[in-house]
Design a protein around this ligand. Structure first.
Ligand SMILES: [Zn+2]
Length: 225
């Protein structure tokens, strides 16, 4: 992993960081790199609510806020910003206004690396819209001051268009804590975590590849067909 001055993680939902980025975050914070997480919403429209259910629409925002704080603790993140956008509606927000919120954080923490979603390749409309706003915010800086941007992409066929991810972090050595971070988002992950225990116990190679390697695409500009 390249040495960084400050890393800004920017995702719309609590738990967006858990599966594909938590190991990377843990490695940065272990190395003493400050990490800020700008989380767009509280994921208050989330559908999974634990197994058995322990949350409802009323209680979910508070529960997810606490889960997010706990996950940040596990990952060593000391600077969590909750931007207060509404879950499942980011695509309808004014992109400039969302970018304003993110730009304020960029100016304050002066990151050398931003990690977000690749707009157009992140499946959920909130993911694409938030990623687009993050990139719009970063592009306000002159090129020589602009941080690197690593993007997560996972839409079907994204490799055909983007090529293979150019950044691969092996996080097997921090897997225990990565799983703790995933578990911290209990209302969203409890059902799947139960299944994983078997895969982990059986040392399922495919599962370990998936959870033990985190991949990113360096943002190189909008993709034109
Ligand atoms: Zn999400």
């Amino acid at each position: 992993m390249e040495k960084e001055r400050h890393v800004l993680i920017a995702f719309p939902h609590p738990d967006d960081e858990a599966f594909g980025v938590a190991g990377t975050i843990i490695k940065f914070t272990d190395a003493g790199v400050p990490v800020t997480y700008a989380c767009g919403t509280l994921g208050e429209m989330g559908r999974n609510m634990g197994k058995p259910f322990f949350a409802n629409r009323e209680t979910l925002p508070d529960i997810r806020r606490e889960e997010l704080k706990k996950a940040c603790q596990v990952m060593g993140i000391q600077d969590l910003r909750m931007l207060g956008l509404r879950d499942k509606t980011i695509e309808f927000e004014d992109e400039e206004e969302v970018a304003d919120k993110i730009f304020a954080v960029i100016q304050e923490v002066n990151p050398s690396l931003i990690i977000t979603f690749y707009p157009g390749f992140a499946v959920h409309p909130d993911h694409d819209a938030y990623g687009a706003a993050v990139i719009r915010a970063a592009m306000r800086l002159p090129a020589e001051e602009r941080p690197k941007i690593y993007c997560k992409a996972f839409s079907e066929g994204c490799v055909d268009i983007l090529g293979k991810p150019d950044i691969v972090h092996d996080v097997m050595d921090v897997l225990d804590r990565k799983l703790e971070a995933i578990k911290a988002h209990r209302s969203q992950t409890e059902a799947s975590v139960a299944q994983w225990q078997d895969s982990l116990g059986n040392k399922d190679e495919e599962f370990l590849q998936w959870v033990g390697k985190e991949t990113f695409w360096t943002y190189k500009g909008p993709v034109v067909d």
